[in-house]
Design a protein around this ligand. Structure first.
Ligand code: NAP
Length: 279
């Protein structure tokens, strides 16, 4: 694999630091810049083969517009933003360099990239950079997929917007019910403990990041409407006091999941639950 000089703009942040370490261990030379570092985002353009934008979406768009025109055709411009349509569009229109949108589907607390999903949105690839980044990620065991930016954002409305919306709403429910989280742990089942932990985990991080992942996605409203209708249907089927109706409803959903998927889900969650108690 070509040994590259990689510049991470926003490299002082969590994801930037994580990838600085990953790329360095893979044998590449990495430079990082933040807003207060001596090295500027513009400096990265002059000294590096690859420049990665690892900062909030709006800042990434602005920095792409600023540094993109200064890049040469044979360089690569990438980003790590959690939504792809706007940033990929901004990168393509701002530069002649190759452009590959990238979304690592994990955060900076992750120990290893092995088995973790990374989504690539290649938008311009005239110099073999797609093969390079694909190999660099796959060599650490990442599971790499290629996706259209718009399709990516629609999928994230479920994977991120809906998922975090549910966790936040569950936490709000606990608060409104007067349930004290520490007390609840003494009467929790493993599944309830897992859900409590997921809620606690979200609020141990920057809540504004989650607010953006839920509210910043254009498809989130549509996804939530469908989810609310599924909730209403579930309430009707399960709380009507009609066992036969409840059974038909649940069998219908069970048929949606293949046996292989459900068995694997049972194994994976059992391991996660055991890990919670065996610290
Ligand atoms: N955290 C995650 O779990 C995760 C997972 C996947 C993808 N992502 C995406 O990865 C990107 C970086 O996330 P992160 O968690 O590493 O963020 P972070 O820890 O908050 O780091 C943000 C970086 O961007 C710089 N920055 C912030 N605002 C800026 C601005 N207005 N103009 C220029 N630079 C600015 C910061 O520089 P200073 O040092 O000057 O503050 C810092 O280096 C985001 O697009 C995020 O959506 C995050």
């Amino acid at each position: 694999m070509k040994r590259a000089k990689i510049g991470i703009a926003g490299g002082t942040g969590g994801m930037g630091r994580w990838f600085e370490s990953y790329f360095t261990k893979a044998g590449h030379e990495v430079r990082i810049a933040g807003r207060k570092t001596e090295l500027t985002y513009e400096d990265l353009v002059h000294g590096c083969d690859v420049v990665i934008l690892s900062m909030p979406l709006e800042a990434s768009v602005r920095v792409a517009e600023r540094i993109g025109p200064k890049m040469d055709e044979d360089q690569l411009l990438m980003d790590f933003c959690s939504r792809k349509e706007a940033i990929v569009k901004a990168m393509v229109s701002s530069t002649q360099a190759d452009v590959i949108g990238t979304h690592p589907m994990f955060g900076p607390c992750t120990e290893s990239i092995k088995g973790r999903n990374v989504i690539l949105c290649p938008a311009r690839d005239n110099h073999g950079w797609f093969e390079w980044i694909n190999e660099l990620l796959a060599s650490g065991g990442a599971v790499v997929s290629v996706m259209d930016p718009k399709v990516h954002d629609q999928k994230m409305a479920v994977v991120q917007s809906l998922t975090h919306f549910l966790t936040i709403s569950f936490a709000r429910f606990l608060q409104k019910s007067g349930i004290i989280p520490e007390d609840a742990m003494s009467y929790a089942t493993p599944i309830f403990r897992l859900k409590m932990n997921l809620a606690g985990r979200l609020f141990a991080q920057d809540p504004l990041l989650y607010a953006d992942l839920v509210g910043g996605n254009d498809s989130a409203g549509e996804v939530l409407d469908l989810f609310f209708s599924a909730m209403k249907e579930s309430r009707q089927a399960l709380l009507a006091g009609d066992d036969k109706q409840a059974n038909i409803f649940l069998e219908d959903i069970r048929n949606f999941f293949t046996d292989g998927f459900s068995r694997n889900a049972l194994d994976e969650t059992t391991r996660a639950i055991e890990a919670m108690y065996n610290k």
